[in-house]
Design a protein around this ligand. Structure first.
Ligand SMILES: [Zn+2]
Length: 243
């Protein structure tokens, strides 16, 4: 049941047709894993906190650098040199103290991925490296969890929403990390935030049953022309993650 505080805080979205108190109760009882909380995961986690999700597990290693600040909007300039995960947790706790925040000061690895995914209802894959994205994809599929994978490059971005074990997974499209892919890539923070918001909405829709989540679909955005396309994708029968 929603508390009086919930009913006040989320009044604007409780009136969204098809969402209502039931949708809010589902969100309130849901845990999201967000890895990492940079240009993509930061604004995404912000929107999950604004929507009143029950718990967010933030995963991000390392310390804040000057070149992070063109897009990592849950950080603070005076936190340069300080751990990223604790700054993100602090921002979100101050923004919405009714959301439980757990923060982990390391990136997704073979050692931690299964445990972190098992504690979550939905995984938001926001890492720049394919190794991490494919690890989250593997575990989400194996544990039959919801997954939203977002990515961008230059002025284009994409989102893939996955019902683990049921719909097209990231591994159906990309079997292994492409050669030559670098952690650092060209991007303007506003595009990362745009992809974050599409990811947040698809995640909220999958969790609550609002509307129709765009599974088996690659959502592609070209922000130069502002064209958004939905590309139908299919499960790959030879996919080593979901076959
Ligand atoms: Zn697959």
């Amino acid at each position: 049941m929603l508390s009086d505080i919930d009913k006040k805080m989320y009044e604007w979205q409780l009136n969204v047709p098809g969402f209502g108190e039931r949708g809010q109760e589902i969100l309130r009882n849901s845990t999201a894993l967000v890895s990492r909380v940079g240009g993509l995961g930061g604004p995404l986690a912000f929107s999950l906190a604004a929507a009143g999700i029950g718990k967010i597990i933030l995963v991000h290693g390392g310390e804040l650098r000057e070149d992070d600040l063109n897009r990592q909007i849950v950080m603070h300039h005076d936190g340069l040199g300080e751990p990223r995960h604790s700054q993100a947790a602090d921002t979100l706790r101050r923004f919405n103290p009714h959301v439980e925040i757990e923060s982990v000061g390391e990136n997704i690895t073979e050692e931690n991925v299964a445990g972190l995914v098992s504690k979550s209802d939905i995984v938001f894959s926001c890492a720049p490296l394919f190794e991490e994205r494919l690890l989250m994809n593997r575990e989400a599929v194996a544990q039959k969890k919801l997954l939203v994978d977002g990515a961008m490059f230059n002025m284009e971005g994409q989102v893939l929403a996955v019902r683990g074990g049921e719909t097209t997974c990231l591994g159906c499209l990309v079997d292994s990390p492409p050669e030559g892919w670098q952690r650092r890539f060209p991007v303007i923070g506003a595009l990362s935030a745009m992809i974050a918001q599409i990811s947040a909405l698809e995640g909220i829709k999958m969790l609550t049953g609002l509307g129709s989540a765009q599974t088996d679909t690659l959502i592609h955005v070209d922000s130069l022309s502002m064209d958004m396309r939905k590309i139908k994708v299919k499960r790959n029968p030879n996919c080593r993650y979901c076959k």
